[in-house]
Structure formats: structure tokens, C-alpha cells
Design a protein around this ligand. Structure first.
Ligand SMILES: Cc1cc2nc3c(=O)[nH]c(=O)nc-3n(C[C@H](O)[C@H](O)[C@H](O)COP(=O)(O)OP(=O)(O)OC[C@H]3O[C@@H](n4cnc5c(N)ncnc54)[C@H](O)[C@@H]3O)c2cc1C
Length: 451
């Protein structure tokens, strides 16, 4: 029987849910608060350049996402590139783009480098994430890499991504990162290549939206949902900027602390539980430069405190012609929603970030920077605390027909578009089969483990 479904959130999760549910004959309405689709993966304008608001790459092994790209007619046009990686030890910048370069890196002793290499290899072979989920990441890394490698390498990297939250983080977080980076090799591909669609996510999202409309999905932009209430004679009433509408089913894709604000039909205790899920956010500066840096797609930063986590030179991957011959660099800082960086203006952030960028690249002049713009998102991914999978909020709520699915349901994976697509597909098929929706895709983790 055809039903009316609402999907709240037009990020990759909501878009894929719509893609997989509309063909079943349901009338699907997609609500997006912003004036464009894409959420974390949306595109924006920095000076005269339009590109992704946050740096995004696709891996050759991202098969679920690539299937979606195929369906919307874009996979064949993807560009695949072998990128270079930099390492800043607090004084000098090195290339670690090959095993030989890594072995020459003076920042770590040879023994430490071998132990770090062993840690990564060992992590790639492990399948039992449940034990790792109960092991503090520090204990795991120190036991495998040794204390000195932990202090010189792992700790700065963990702090950069998780702030003080790294202390409560389980080893499964690092395991999931290693698994993702090894996925290509596990599927028989020799080299890891990074890819992007010409035109970036702006092009992907435009094509995705056209495809959804052709399936009959109604997309409501600039239409934030403010309340979801129960109708007396069954059904759910969604109140948004454009008015009210009634649905048989509502699937909310925003992060639980955000969903807690408008899932008004849920009992207080349930909403409080959603609001309490601990999230890490991001303050991410985009810079358009008239000149390249060193061409490293990613530069790891260790050896001294920096206001940003890493340096991402997007045009170390993306052809500069895509961005009008300019060079695009991202400086991300991962922080909790309460962090002072969320209250700083773009100019204040620029005043902190640029001197730090010059510590690594001293020859960058003010006149080289053509544009500087900061993205701020308070909820990006849940802090992967010890025993996280036991605490995940269920995707079914106490209100029939209301489901919550978001990045919080990605257990022991890393936040990326491929996992997001897989989560959406699993949720869609469970909803369409009328099964209770599981709190997290255990089978998905199992499938990956056997790959
Ligand atoms: C800095 C950064 C770098 C990344 N790099 C990569 C990468 O290289 N490769 C990769 O694969 N992935 C990457 N990711 C991850 C990727 O962006 C996410 O996995 C994906 O975009 C998550 O999609 P989502 O739909 O779950 O969430 P979101 O994108 O957060 O979407 C949620 C949507 O819900 C909307 N919304 C919220 N409240 C309401 C409301 N009340 N009413 C209506 N709409 C609402 C929001 O506006 C938003 O559009 C990166 C993410 C970040 C932040």
C-alpha cells in the first residue's frame, strides 16, 4: 500500500533514503533546512571558486557510493589520482608518500617507524572490533607501537581529531580508520587512489536531485522542520517553515542532539537521551590561493601545537582547472560544540590560522590569499567512546512510524559518504520490509569483517 513518507535532512543519508524508498511506490517528501542539498557534503562559494564546503575524496573501494554515482550517471566521469602525503614534525616538512620516504623520516626512530608500520598492518588484519571497542585507544597503541611512538605520532593525531575526547576513545576508532584505508587492497586493488567528480559535490548533488525528482520525490529546500507531533487518528504531523503536513512515516537523519530539538512527540526522557549524545564538531577554513603549497593532499601535523588539525591541499588531488586555475586549501579544526572557535569571526580565525600556516609554509604571503571562508558545524560525528555500540540510540522510537537514523548509527566505522550510503540502504530495506529497524547495522560491520 502506498504511504506518505517524510525524510528530514537532505544530506547524503536523506538523499539515499529517498532514492531507495521512492521506487517502492511511496510518496516521499524530503525536507532540508538549508537552501541547498548536501549537508556536510554540500558545495559553496569561496571568493570566485565553487567547491565542496569540506574536503571530500572518494576511494576506489567505496562501492556503495559508487553504485549511487553509477545510477545517477557519474561514476564513469570520476577522476582517480594518486596523491602525495606530507608530515610536519614541528620544524620541517617531509614527504611520506612512499614506504622509502616514510622509512627516512627523522621524526621517529627506525624501531618506532617499524612498530607504527606493524600497528597499521596488524589493525588491517584484525576482525574482532568488539574487543577493541572495550580497549582504550591509548592502551592499544602503546602496546603495539610503544610509548615514544605514541607520544610523537599517535597522540598528536588523536588530539587533533578528537580534542580531549581522545582519552575516552576506544581502539575501534583507529581500527575503523585503518580498515577504510586498507579496503582497496582487501578488494584486490593494488594502489589506493583518491577520486572526485568533476565539478565536485555541486555536480553530484545537482544530478542526484534531478534523479530524485524523476522518481517523484518532492524536495523542499529552506524548509526546516520545527516539530513532529502525533495525529489523533494515526500518522505524524510535520510542522516546518512552509506549514504542516501529515505522513505515515517520518525518518529523521540529523544528528541526535539536533533531532532532539524538533521531535516534539517523543517523551522527555527519550529526547534527553538524544540531546546527550556526545558529538565532535568542526570549524573548517577554506583558502583560495594564487599559488600552490607543496602539493601534498594531506599534511599531518605533529611536534607543536597548531590551531588546525591538518593541512589539506585539495588541488593536490583536484585539477586546478576545476577551480579556475586557483589553489584550494582547507584548514580543519575539530572541536566540541561549546568550543570558543564557534564564537569567533572569520577574521579572528584567519588571524590565528595564517601565522600557523606560515610555520609550515613560511613563504605564503598575504597577497597570495585570494579568499578565506570558515564553515562551522557543531555536530559532525559522535565521539567513539568505549563501548559505543552498547549506547547507540535505537533507530525505532517509542512513537510508531518515527525513526531516527544518523551518523550516530555508524558503529565502529568512520564517518564517510560510503558508510552513510550503506546505512541509508540498510535502513530503507528494513523499513520497506516492515522489520523493526536495528539500532546499528551490525550485519554491515560483519559483512565488512569478512571481506
Ligand atoms: C571536514 C569533513 C571532511 C569529510 N571528508 C570526507 C571524505 O573525504 N570522504 C567521505 O566519503 N566523507 C567525508 N566526510 C563525511 C561526509 O561528509 C558525511 O559522511 C556525509 O556527508 C554525512 O551525511 P548525512 O546526511 O548523514 O549528514 P549531514 O550531511 O549532516 O546531513 C544532515 C542534513 O539534515 C539537515 N537538517 C538538520 N536539521 C534539520 C531540520 N530540522 N529540518 C530539515 N533539515 C534539517 C541539515 O541541514 C543537513 O543538510 C567529511 C566530513 C567532514 C565534516
Amino acid at each position: 500500500m502506498s504511504e506518505r513518507w517524510a525524510v528530514v535532512g537532505g544530506g547524503m543519508l536523506g538523499l539515499t533514503l529517498a532514492l531507495r524508498t521512492a521506487p517502492a511506490g511511496h510518496e516521499v517528501v524530503l525536507y532540508e533546512a538549508a537552501d541547498e542539498l548536501g549537508g556536510l557534503a554540500s558545495a559553496w562559494r569561496i571568493g570566485d571558486v565553487t567547491w565542496d564546503r569540506h574536503y571530500h575524496v572518494t576511494l576506489l573501494s567505496d562501492s556503495a557510493y559508487r553504485n549511487v554515482l553509477r545510477e545517477i550517471g557519474l561514476d564513469d566521469s570520476m577522476r582517480w589520482v594518486e596523491t602525495r602525503t606530507g608530515f610536519f614534525d614541528g620544524r620541517r616538512l617531509y614527504s611520506i608518500s612512499s614506504s622509502v620516504e616514510y622509512l627516512k623520516l627523522p621524526a621517529l626512530s627506525l624501531v618506532d617507524k617499524l612498530r607504527v608500520g606493524y600497528t597499521i598492518w596488524h589493525g588491517s588484519r584484525l576482525r574482532d572490533w568488539r574487543t577493541l571497542e572495550r580497549t582504550p585507544v591509548e592502551d592499544w597503541l602503546v602496546s603495539l607501537s610503544g610509548r615514544s611512538a605514541f607520544e610523537a605520532l599517535w597522540r598528536p593525531l588523536l588530539e587533533a581529531k578528537l580534542g580531549e575526547g581522545w582519552r575516552d576513545t576506544s581502539a575501534a576508532f583507529l581500527w575503523a580508520t585503518i580498515q577504510r584505508l586498507y579496503a582497496a587492497r582487501r578488494t584486490g586493488l593494488k594502489k589506493e587512489m583518491f577520486g572526485y567528480a568533476p565539478g565536485g559535490y555541486a555536480a553530484v548533488l545537482a544530478r542526484f536531485a534531478d534523479h530524485l525528482r524523476s522518481l517523484g520525490v518532492s524536495i523542499r529546500l529552506s524548509d526546516p522542520v520545527a516539530a513532529i507531533d502525533r495525529e489523533a487518528d494515526a500518522g505524524l504531523r510535520v510542522g516546518s517553515r512552509s506549514g504542516e503536513d501529515v505522513f505515515d512515516r517520518v525518518v529523521v537523519t540529523s544528528a541526535p542532539p539536533v533531532a532532539a530539538r524538533f521531535t516534539t512527540c517523543l517523551p522527555e526522557a527519550e529526547r534527553a537521551r538524544l540531546a546527550a549524545v556526545r558529538y565532535q564538531g568542526i570549524v573548517c577554513a577554506s583558502l583560495v590561493l594564487s599559488r600552490p603549497l607543496e602539493g601534498y593532499y594531506l599534511t599531518y601535523l605533529t611536534g607543536r601545537k597548531m590551531p588546525f588539525t591538518a593541512i589539506v591541499e585539495m588541488t593536490g588531488l583536484v585539477d586546478a582547472a576545476e577551480v579556475g586555475g586557483r589553489h584550494l586549501v582547507y584548514l580543519p579544526r575539530y572541536v566540541e560544540a561549546s568550543d570558543r572557535y564557534f564564537r569567533m569571526s572569520d577574521d579572528e580565525i584567519r588571524a590565528e590560522f595564517l601565522p600557523a600556516l606560515r610555520v609550515v609554509h613560511p613563504d605564503v604571503r598575504d597577497e597570495d590569499i585570494l579568499a578565506f571562508r570558515v564553515s562551522r558545524v557543531p555536530q559532525v560525528f559522535p565521539v567513539p567512546v568505549l563501548g559505543y555500540s552498547e549506547q547507540v540510540a535505537p533507530r525505532d522510537t517509542s512513537v510508531p512510524g518515527l525513526h531516527l537514523v544518523s551518523s550516530a548509527n555508524i558503529v565502529n566505522g568512520t564517518l564517510n559518504v560510503n558508510e552513510t550510503v550503506q546505512l541509508a540502504e540498510r535502513t530503507a530495506s528494513e523499513l520497506l520490509r516492515g522489520e523493526p529497524v536495528r539500532s546499528h547495522p551490525r550485519a554491515l560491520v560483519g559483512e565488512r569483517s569478512e571481506a
